[in-house]
Design a protein around this ligand. Structure first.
Ligand SMILES: Cc1cc2nc3c(=O)[nH]c(=O)nc-3n(C[C@H](O)[C@H](O)[C@H](O)COP(=O)(O)OP(=O)(O)OC[C@H]3O[C@@H](n4cnc5c(N)ncnc54)[C@H](O)[C@@H]3O)c2cc1C
Length: 464
């Protein structure tokens, strides 16, 4: 039987009153806060961690899956900031970067744009009057506080604000609610990258044929490796690796430092909006990491003297809630390259048959999974309309990042970090213009939004 208590009503201080409040400081939140502030809004960003980046730093997911020519606006500036500090490697089909440098660059970009940052702060409840959101209540070391805002941008990755405010949301895959797996990444040091690459070169049949996941360009310092299919199958047969483990992925490789990230643990059937599932998932993820560590040191050439430097401080959540908004982006829209009058982002998808990165059904990397066994050929652009950022039923709110209004299948192409920075920038700018003009984000002039995005270096596509 469920038990309940009544929480007594209490007075809480309104500690800030801003134009734009951004909840969540991941890829989307960084884009939103900088974009809003540059569009003239007094902007506050609240983040539960003590640093920015979300998955990009706390989970140590350190590869953008597009070449640098696909970046625009704030995503390009972040990349250039990383390059300047030696924290990213350019010139390949994907961009590896260093997570600590990302924290510095993202924080610097926010402070330089005039964003006020409030770390160690959890969004706790919406401040809703009728159908309009006026900010949120937060909890932190200072207690329970209200943050008033003309427009709020939900960049929480889980649509925490939208769901609490009453926006219709969908969790997981539409047909059965299943969600993509959780992952703890870990970083190895003292790896002989040359020997790992040599092994991959001499055993090509043991690795993916996809040029985005198998990059062996030591001359330019670009390495990403996915496979070791036979070594993994043998270890699985001996019971040394789990039945769901079919391949090893190395990324975020800095060959001259001998470091790389292992993106291989997969925890299925857990809900990233449930505290107990997150706890169980983290324990399970660390168990898998321990197993993988032993395997790598004993079996993978070049890893004999490797040691674990660190592991992601939070388990990585790929998918939870998505809002339902004015437009619902589907995979069919993306494949058809559909154009919209209110396009705000031009993003990219890889050509390739049967792509489904990180299916909730498991068997990732198995011989039956074309994703890591077949080629992709080139990139095709697609458009994201503003309607995907505008939630149904609630005013005073926009959303960005992996929670935008889209289907489970469409998220494969929009939840990439570079794309989250871009949808974030659009949402932040839209929030700033709506706050300035005193209009609901839903009724914002889209040509004005597109003009400001262009002024900020983000080309939303053909001119209106
Ligand atoms: C394991 C893994 C591997 C991935 N691999 C790749 C890849 O190779 N390349 C790629 O481009 N993308 C990859 N992705 C996808 C990509 O990383 C995410 O889709 C993207 O980072 C999401 O950005 P976001 O800003 O929407 O959310 P997040 O990065 O999740 O940011 C949300 C932020 O909000 C904060 N927050 C959450 N709730 C609250 C709250 N209630 N109050 C206050 N703050 C809150 C969080 O701390 C976090 O900082 C991967 C994702 C995972 C998990």
């Amino acid at each position: 039987m469920e038990r309940w208590i009544e929480e007594p009503a209490r007075r809480i201080p309104v500690v800030r009153d801003v134009d734009v409040l951004v909840v969540g400081g991941g890829a989307a939140g960084i884009g939103a806060a900088v974009g809003a502030s540059r569009a003239g809004a007094r902007t506050l960003l609240v983040e539960r961690n003590g640093f920015l980046g979300g998955v990009a730093t706390a989970v140590m997911m350190t590869t953008w899956n597009v070449p640098s020519r696909c970046l625009g606006g704030i995503s390009r500036e972040l990349f250039e900031g990383l390059l300047e500090r030696g924290g990213a490697i350019d010139g390949g089909p994907t961009i590896p970067y260093d997570p600590e440098t990302f924290k510095d660059v993202a924080e610097g970009a926010c402070l330089e744009a005039g964003v006020e940052l409030l770390y160690y702060t959890w969004m706790a409840a919406p401040l809703r009057d009728g159908d309009t959101l006026h900010g949120v209540v937060v909890e932190n070391k200072s207690g329970r506080q209200a943050l008033a805002a003309r427009v709020t941008v939900d960049c929480s990755g889980d649509a925490d604000v939208a769901a609490a405010a009453g926006v219709p949301c969908v969790k997981g895959r539409e047909k059965d609610g299943k969600m993509r797996p959780l992952t703890i990444l870990f970083r190895l040091g003292n790896v002989d990258i040359r020997r790992v690459v040599e092994y991959a070169r001499t055993h090509p049949e043991q690795f993916t044929a996809d040029p985005n996941f198998q990059i062996l360009d030591l001359d330019r310092g670009l390495v990403r490796i996915s496979g070791f299919f036979d070594l993994v199958a043998e270890a699985r047969a001996r019971g040394e690796l789990d039945k769901d483990c079919h391949y090893i992925r190395f990324e975020g490789v800095f060959p001259d430092r001998g470091t790389l990230f292992v993106n291989t643990t997969r925890v299925y059937g857990r809900d990233g909006t449930s505290a107990s599932d997150l706890t169980e998932g983290s324990i399970e993820g660390r168990r898998q990491m321990d197993q993988l560590l032993r395997f790598l040191v004993l079996k993978v050439p070049g890893c004999e003297r490797a040691f674990r430097i660190d592991a992601s401080s939070a388990i990585g959540v790929r998918e939870t809630r998505r809002i339902r908004g004015e437009h619902l982006l589907t995979e069919e829209d993306i494949l058809a390259g559909r154009a919209y009058h209110d396009t705000v982002v031009k993003a990219w998808r890889h050509h390739g048959e049967g792509r489904n990165w990180h299916s909730p059904d498991g068997a990732e990397g198995a011989p039956s999974d074309p994703t890591y066994r077949t080629m992709t050929t080139g990139l095709q652009s697609f458009e994201i309309p503003y309607g995907c950022l505008v939630p149904l039923e609630v005013e005073g709110l926009v959303a960005a990042g992996r929670i935008i209004s889209q289907t489970h299948e469409a998220d494969m192409w929009t939840r990439g970090m570079y794309c989250c920075v871009m949808t974030g920038q659009c949402a932040g700018v839209a929030a700033a213009l709506a706050a300035r003009d005193g209009v609901a984000p839903r009724r914002l002039s889209v040509p004005a939004l597109q003009r400001e995005l262009r002024r900020q270096g983000l080309d939303p596509g053909p001119r209106a």
